[in-house]
Design a protein. Structure first.
Ligand code: C5P
Length: 307
């Protein structure tokens, strides 16, 4: 049975870090096959969907980087509303307000998160009660990372990252260093292609060591595998060599391990506990090698309708 329609619905949605990102060669459709181990972290955007009398979705955004967020139909939140409305045969008469805290173009799936959040918010606003499997299918059509933004927790993503299998994880503490400016995901994949041209690129596979470390909840075990786990890291560092200094500064501050988050340029640091997180964040900010830091924990729940 569908829930009764409401006049406004707010959905909270987490950012992600890829604790493993094994990248294969480019496929005929231009995407790369991946073995991506996603972990949702406690850094959230909130999307509020409000009923309007208009004939299409409108978007507004607040937050430190809101001037970099597109407010037109290229915003995945607007696309999500349009796709869901078209499937239901209704008009997407909705305003989507994004309270943005996830770095923009930062390799933390911020845009994907807003797409997943808008989808869930509109589904509740319009009282559609769309089954979970269908919501995940719509997410996959919106973008490779969008299904995980809906799901949250920890999952292995195969295909182009959209085919999810939940994986076990203990709790971990993280510090993220937000870089100056963003990086374009397609540009990072193109740089990966350039750097690997003429080499044998293995079929991407999840690392058993990494999955065991994740399940164990032992930060030292996870730290031992993280530095080699992001296949896009060499490409991100090639485009933004200064990120090497951020990684060094985080380790010097006491992080157990550091890596580029997804396609970057945000860098992620695994730390032992909340006290270590506060110290590493303060030292990273003082180092001048990043624009800001965010202290988080994992895993975090996926997109959730707030009461
Ligand atoms: O799926 P999404 O729209 O987020 O992907 C953005 C871009 O990132 C794609 O157009 C493609 O250039 C690149 N990409 C890729 N392989 C993937 C995921 C993304 O090459 N598995």
């Amino acid at each position: 049975m569908s829930a009764a329609p409401r006049t406004a619905v707010t959905v909270r949605v987490p950012a992600k870090v890829n604790v493993q990102l094994a990248v294969g060669t480019a496929r005929p459709d231009g995407f790369h096959d991946l073995a991506s181990v996603f972990l949702a972290v406690s850094l959230y955007d909130e999307v509020t969907a409000t009923a309007t009398t208009g004939d299409g979705p409108t978007v507004s955004c607040e937050g430190p980087d809101s001037d970099q967020v597109p407010l037109d139909r290229t915003n995945l939140a607007a696309r999500a509303a349009e796709v869901l409305a078209a499937r239901a045969g209704i008009t997407p008469a909705v305003h989507l307000h994004i309270a943005k805290n996830i770095p923009v173009a930062g390799g933390m799936a911020g845009g994907s998160a807003d797409g997943a959040a808008a989808l869930l918010a509109c589904d509740a606003l319009w009282g559609l009660g769309t089954p979970r499997e269908e919501l995940l299918e719509i997410c996959a059509g919106l973008g490779s990372d969008v299904p995980f933004s809906l799901a949250g927790g920890a999952a292995l993503g195969t295909g182009r990252g959209e085919l999810l299998t939940p994986v076990e994880t203990g709790g971990f503490h993280w510090v993220f260093a937000v870089a100056h400016g963003g990086l374009s995901t397609p540009a990072v994949f193109r740089e990966f292609d350039r750097l690997t041209e003429g080499t044998e690129v293995p079929v991407p596979q999840a690392s058993p060591e990494l999955l065991a470390a994740l399940a164990s909840g032992d930060p030292d075990a996870l730290a031992a595998v993280l530095p080699r786990s992001n296949g896009l890291q060499p490409a991100a560092l090639s485009l933004r060599p200064e990120l090497a200094e951020t990684l060094e500064a985080g380790i010097a501050a006491g992080a157990l391990a550091g890596l580029v988050s997804g396609s970057g340029p945000t860098t992620a640091f695994l730390v032992r506990d909340a006290d270590a997180a506060a110290k590493v964040a303060a030292e990273l900010e003082a180092s001048g090698t990043c624009r800001a830091t965010r202290v988080t924990a994992s895993p975090a729940a996926g997109a959730t309708v707030l009461a």
